[in-house]
Structures are given as structure tokens and as C-alpha cells.
Ligand binder design. Sequence first.
Ligand code: NAD
Length: 308
Amino acid sequence: MRILITGGAGFIGSHLCDHFLAAGHEVICMDNLITGSVQNIAHIRDSRFSFIKHDVTNYIYVDGAIDYVLHFASPASPIDYLRLPIQTLKVGALGTHKALGLAKEKQARFLLASTSEVYGDPQIHPQPETYWGNVNPTGVRGVYDEAKRFAEALTMAYHRYHGLDTRIVRIFNTFGPRMRRDDGRAVPVFINQALRGEALTVFGDGRQTRSFGYITDLVRGIDALMQSDCNTPVNVGNPQEMTVQEMAEAIIELAQSSSQIVYRPLPQDDPRVRQPDIALAHERLRWEPEVDVRDALEKTISWFRQTV
Ligand code: NAD
């Protein structure tokens, strides 16, 4: 197959490039490097791989047949989307439109990388796909959450109106090698602080919960979703819920660090809880996470140790 991955030079996108190349496919990585880096794909030496530097909010032209379009382009960490609010809205809206247009032209199967943030600060716990969410559209985080909600609606419209073969994955917090040290998400920030012996900065009292998954489990889930016939959104995440405080403590322990924990004010609209209901992924994809959070942390800490 010939597969186009938008956002392919980012954290998740670059692991997808590796995965689909290893599975024997041809991969075109398209990225404008706004939050990603060529470092993430620099190790790939394969004639079936190509990189196109392009902003997908503009018309996308690719020569020849394409079987899959995986649309991952978007700033993804709060630090990025708060600094890039218009680009975030544009890539969720215009970028998704252009990527869907390409998939339609090539009659390719399309996958949208959506997010658990479509659930906002949830009033139902854990969150099943049937929950419509509790998002503040005009709050600072609305630029990301609403862009993804619009992208989902547009994807379903292309599916229903144009008969496009689409998939939507709602990704819950995922971590692993190749995350940027300064990207502001809890796991890379804590690991970086722990390895440098700096205090870990926990927002609020640390009692808010998250469910952290590992990158290899996510990639397996995305592949399974592509191979399924499930057109409605599917949660992919690890239901092993923990508080942010527990995560900080686990990282200090596993990194054998002597860092302390300090507390900072909670950002606006920070979700209090987050946990995927993965019954649908289990039933339709036969998917469930395999990597334990502590093992995943050890692998990620060891990668950061080599790069810090
Ligand atoms: P990332 O920032 O590492 O990757 C995003 C990539 O998209 C970057 O390489 C960036 O340069 C590229 N990009 C952004 N705007 C673009 C544009 N207009 N044109 C071309 N390329 C553009 O982030 P990530 O964690 O790898 O996230 C990838 C996708 O997965 C995003 O769509 C994100 O919303 C989604 N997601 C990630 C998580 C997670 O926990 N990592 C959770 C939920 C959803």
C-alpha cells in the first residue's frame, strides 16, 4: 500500500511511519514542522519513504495512487496550541478538509486523529464514545477541542455524503520516545525535570486524574482500526487511571531522582478526570493495551536519558 501520513514528523506520526514501513508499505510523510522535527524521521533510510514539507491547510497535491490517508497534523500539547491558536483551528478545519479532499480524489481510506479532549471536562466517567462531552468553546483550550470536534463532524459528513471510507480514533494521553522535552505535557516535562534534578511542577493539587498509554499500544490500535470496518469514533487509550501526583512520584522513583514536587495554579478548564471506556475497541478491534504504565515509563525515561 501507499500511505500518506500528515503530521508524520511529529511524535505519533513518526512512529506510524516506522510501523507502516516495517509492515512493507510505502510511506509519504507530510509535515510543515511547526511542532514536529526532521530529527524524528532522520533515522529512516528506506527508498519507500519520502518527506514532503507542506502546510496541509493549503491544497494538497500528491502524484499517483494512495490507499490510506492518516491525518495527524495538529499542534497537540497545550503549550503548543495555546501559542498557536489560529494555526490549531486552521489545521483542524482547513487541514482536515484538504486531507479529506485528497482521500476522496484518491478513493483512499481516511483516518482522523481525534482526541479525548472532545469530552472536555467530562461529567460521565469513564468516557464512552456515546458521551457528547462538556467543552468550553470560548475558553483558551477551545481552539484545540473545538477544532477536533469540527474535524470529527467534517469526517462524518464526508463519510455520509460522499461515501468516503473513514475512521476516527479518539486518542487518550499517550507518551513515549520522541516527545519534545519542552512540549509541556506532563510525562516528558516530569521526566526531564527528574533527570535534571529539578523540582517537578504539578498543576493544582495533583489530584486530577489522567490515563496514560504507551505509543506502541496506540500504533497497534490505529492499525487495527484501519483494518476494521468501524466508521464511528473509537477510544484508544489505557484505562489504568492515576492522579498527576502519582505519575510525578512514579517518575521520581523510576528515574532514581532526588527531585521534589512543587505546585502551580491549575490552568483554565483543565479536565478533573480522564479515563477511556475501551469496550468498543475491545469488541470491534479486539484491541486492549499490553504495556504496563511503569514499563512504559522505564522505556521512555531511558530514551530521555540518552537525549537529555
Ligand atoms: P506533535 O506535535 O508531535 O505532532 C504533530 C505534527 O503535526 C507535527 O510534526 C507538526 O509539525 C505537524 N503539523 C501541525 N500543523 C501542521 C500543518 N498545518 N501542516 C502540516 N503539518 C502540521 O503531536 P503528537 O502528540 O504526535 O500528536 C499527533 C496527533 O495526534 C495530533 O493530531 C493530536 O491532536 C493527536 N493526539 C495526540 C495525543 C497524545 O497524547 N500525544 C492525544 C490525543 C490526540
